[in-house]
Design a protein around this ligand. Sequence first.
Ligand SMILES: [Zn+2]
Length: 138
Amino acid sequence: MVRAAHSDYDEPGQHYITCYHCGAQVVAPVIARSFGCPKCHRGIALDDITVKDSGWSGLLNTCGRIFIRPRARTITRNVHAGDGIEVLGVLEANVRSGGPVVVGSRGKLKGQVQATSVWIDPGGTLECPMLRIGPRRT
Ligand SMILES: [Zn+2]
């Protein structure tokens, strides 16, 4: 399971998030489920997203985590998760994660990956032309 990473600077009731549109560090209330970026004025989703089966047509952008369940086969252009991504099904996308990326034993992830860490269970597949592992870019 991917655990949410929390910043040392978080204060009770609010936390720092990174806007996935413009990259700004902004403070959001912990209880908020979505938030308007004060810098670029675009909406930011904060909830975790779980894709349970194929045919997902929405955007996969959130400051929380993204879970691709075993029966889901998801092909999209870009995926951004602030806190991590768990792939138990199939995900074909360019992935940016502010937390760990986990590929389960039957999971498959294909695309470019940026993440703080990557874990691939034995049996899982990671196919990517470009891999960057390291601290979040500011
Ligand atoms: Zn922004």
